[in-house]
Design a binder for this molecule. Sequence first.
Ligand SMILES: *Cc1c(COP(=O)(O)O)cnc(C)c1O
Length: 380
Amino acid sequence: MKSIAFFDITRAHSEIRDGLDAAFASVVGSGYFIQGAALARFEEEFAKYCGTQHAIGVGNGLDALTLILRGYGIGPGDEVIVPSQTFIATWLAVSACGATPVSADIELNSFNLDPRAVASRITTRSRAIMAVHLFGQPADMGALGILARRHGLYLIEDAAQAHGAEEAGIRAGALGDAAGFSFYPTKNLGALGDGGAITTNDYDLAQRIRRLRNYGSDVKYIHEEAGTNSRLDELQAALLSVKLARLEEKVVRRNEIAARFQHSMQGLPGIHPPTIGENKRSAWHLYVIRCEKRDDFQRELTAMGVQTLIHYPIPPGRQAPYRDGFDSKNSTNGDVAAAECLSLPLWPEMTDDEVAFVINAVQEVAIKLSTPQAQLKAMP
Ligand SMILES: *Cc1c(COP(=O)(O)O)cnc(C)c1O
């Protein structure tokens, strides 16, 4: 039976195998593995791609977000507003610097922060809004930017899923005061291991984060503050440069596949395809629909050979570190999203036939699981 994997990284790597091998050989030959020329080069290229003045490579996406908060001096007693539904790292970054994550609900159509919910959660302790571009679609950075300025808050992007996303023609990474990226292997730009980066136009923040990632030191063995060790190594940086050269082409292909999904899934009974804002380009890290009978839907698709995943079954506020005293009303839509979301395979190296196979399977399952009335309505 034909089957479609949720994701298969080996296809992308086989296209650029020679480049990856050459990058590996060059780093091995250089004998230099930490904070050298490959990192400097990747940082310059990635800043250019995002349209920012600075990019700082770090160990992973969680560290990228944590170091932004530490760089701004956010810590114990401070609050940072985070979305009710996201990968838990968004919340953990706030906890890691000693501050308190404050849940604001998402909008169901976009899966992103609802600016009105954010406004209702601002207190005298608020220092920042951490907007996640969930599944690759930029959050409503226009409205959030106005709120942030009015209340003197930093607007930080969790862009871990959004390499190549745009709002009003501006790339993720340049849409707030600072952004954290992840290069976890399955992300839109993935390393062959862990990696992350911060982008910003704020020179002082960039300098401080460069110091924090390297034991609080600018000059060897002089330590200005209690920093950490979180660096993007030379090997990962060199491999990422090879992959970055193709990122734009891959984001375009993701958009092509998503457009076909969007077109063929409108009006199907029992499912809600995602809504993308008019001034936005999603990076389509994930294609996530909502299904009323999600678990049945997933089981039927699996039986037809289409592998799916759930991002994410339990919102952060309901996880062990945060659930004591958590107020449900700040996660009404977050809970619905968790109960109904289903991620379909969407990756740039899928063939057109594979895309069509997924579409046909979804159409069949939607009809099969629907009521007779809905089936009549859905008939062409
Ligand atoms: C992947 C991810 C992170 C964390 O990145 P790591 O590199 O795994 O630490 C943070 N936020 C979101 C939304 C993510 O998807």
